[in-house]
Design a protein around this ligand. Structure first.
Ligand code: F6R
Length: 254
């Protein structure tokens, strides 16, 4: 499947960022095409994975690539973040998401799956070391929060941040309350998140976004000043970013 048949259009934003604009129901295939091509180019790869709703269609499409012969079971996975206080066995944890939505369907064994855990910055430093020992992340998938967060690097996070404990914005907790019976009080207040510097250290980054609610943050990320006020804007500093987004998410970029 090619970008042309998917009607994706290529919009140059900066010399290092390309934007593949497509219909909402094509995002998964377009983004998975980028990821699958990268996987196929290596016998063993390190894939950074986001959780949340944005990349779900990408993972589904990647599973179809696996069905068509793409070797995914040797991938090593590193998740971006995890709620502090949720056990990996908790179905609302990102560890559970990574197991059930990504690792399981892609045939990746548990010992190749890494999700941040713990509740101290020292735990974050351990996670950084494991990433480094794996040789770093080849391709990092990210979503974007309505406030411009990547990972759980909320506004105010600077370019030098590494994996650490972060306090979640109220807006982020509200956005994620749907996974906690709609009850804000159940949403953890803190998370362990890769930092901006951790994310930028990946060799390639693929950002997926859909819907009008993401448009202001995405516009600021792509075209605005590079500032901790919109942590996704730091992606402008990265040499190899691909944005796969639908018309609504990109509508403010025209
Ligand atoms: C998830 C993550 C977050 C989400 C962002 C968008 O691991 O790091 O940055 O990507 O909150 O979430 P969705 O895709 O659910 O809108």
């Amino acid at each position: 499947m090619t970008e042309t048949t998917l009607r994706a259009t290529l919009t140059p934003v900066s010399s290092t960022t390309r934007v593949l604009e497509c219909a909402t129901d094509e995002i998964g295939e377009v983004a998975a095409g980028v990821v699958a091509t990268a996987i196929a180019a290596r016998s063993m790869g390190v894939l950074g994975v986001a959780t949340g709703s944005s990349p779900l269609a990408l993972y589904d499409a990647l599973v179809r690539h696996r069905g068509a012969g793409l070797r995914t079971d040797a991938l090593r996975l590193f998740a971006l973040d995890e709620y502090v206080g949720l056990d990996a066995a908790d179905p609302r944890s990102y560890a559970a998401y990574v197991r059930s939505m990504i690792a399981g369907p892609l045939g990746i064994p548990n010992d190749l799956v890494h999700v941040p855990s713990g509740s101290t910055d020292a735990d974050g430093a351990i996670y950084e070391r494991i990433i480094a020992e794996a040789g770093g992340v080849d391709l990092q998938i990210v979503g974007i929060g309505r406030n411009g967060h990547i990972g759980f690097n909320e506004p105010g996070s600077d370019a030098g941040t590494r994996t650490r404990v972060v306090e979640l914005d109220q807006s982020t907790r509200r956005a994620n309350a749907e996974h906690f019976d709609g009850d804000l009080a159940q949403v953890p207040t803190h998370a362990m998140s890769q930092g901006v510097a951790t994310i930028l250290a990946a060799r390639r980054i693929v950002l997926v976004a859909s819907g009008a609610a993401k448009a202001p943050a995405l516009r600021a990320a792509l075209l605005g000043p590079v500032t901790p006020g919109n942590p996704a804007s730091f992606l402008q500093l990265h040499p190899d970013v691909t944005v796969v987004a639908d018309h609504d998410a990109l509508r403010e970029n025209r």
